[in-house]
Design a protein. Structure first.
Length: 157
C-alpha cells in the first residue's frame, strides 16, 4: 500500500511539473503574445494561402517570404509516415519546445501558433505578421527538430 501511495505521489508531482513547464513555455515574453512573431490572423482578412508539406524530417517549402501586415492561411499537410507538428515562434522558444517534447513526447499543445498532424492529415493555421524580421517554424518532436525547421522572412511594408 505504501509503495502505491509513493508511486501516485511521484506521478502527481511529475504531471504538475509537466503542466507548469508547458504553461511557462506558452507564456514566455517572446512567445505567442510577442509582437516579434505576429498574432492570430482573422480568417476573413486572409491575403494569401500558402501550402506547406510536412514530410518525414523536412518541410516544403522551408523558406517563405511574406509582407509585414499580411494575414496568411497556412494549409499544412502531413505527407510523412509519422506524426508531425508545425509551430510558429521565435527560434529560442522553438528550441525550448523541442527540449520539452524530448522529455514528454506525448505533449500536444492547444496554442494558436501550433498544429499537430497525424500522417495524411491536413490542418489550417491563420497568422498575421505584424512586424518585419524573421519568424521561425519547426516540428519539435524528438528526432525531428534538427532538420524539420523553416523560416518566414517578413519584409517591411
Amino acid at each position: 500500500m505504501k509503495k502505491r501511495a509513493m508511486v501516485f505521489v511521484f506521478f502527481s508531482i511529475l504531471m504538475f511539473w509537466v503542466v507548469s513547464a508547458s504553461a511557462d513555455l506558452n507564456h514566455k515574453q517572446n512567445g505567442v503574445n510577442s509582437p516579434a512573431i505576429g498574432k492570430v490572423g482573422d480568417p476573413a482578412k486572409v491575403t494569401r494561402t500558402i501550402e506547406i508539406k510536412a514530410m518525414d524530417n523536412r518541410f516544403s517549402p522551408s523558406e517563405i517570404n511574406v509582407m509585414q501586415g499580411e494575414t496568411i492561411r497556412f494549409i499544412v499537410k502531413n505527407e510523412g509516415m509519422r506524426r508531425h507538428e508545425m509551430v510558429i515562434d521565435t527560434l529560442e522558444n522553438l528550441k525550448e519546445h523541442a527540449k520539452m517534447t524530448r522529455s514528454n513526447p506525448g505533449l500536444i499543445r492547444e496554442d494558436p501558433n501550433y498544429v499537430n498532424l497525424l500522417p495524411g492529415e491536413q490542418k489550417e493555421l491563420v497568422w498575421n505578421f505584424t512586424e518585419s524580421g524573421i519568424v521561425h517554424f519547426a516540428c519539435g518532436y524528438p528526432g525531428h527538430f534538427k532538420r524539420m525547421r523553416g523560416k518566414i522572412n517578413v519584409e517591411i511594408k
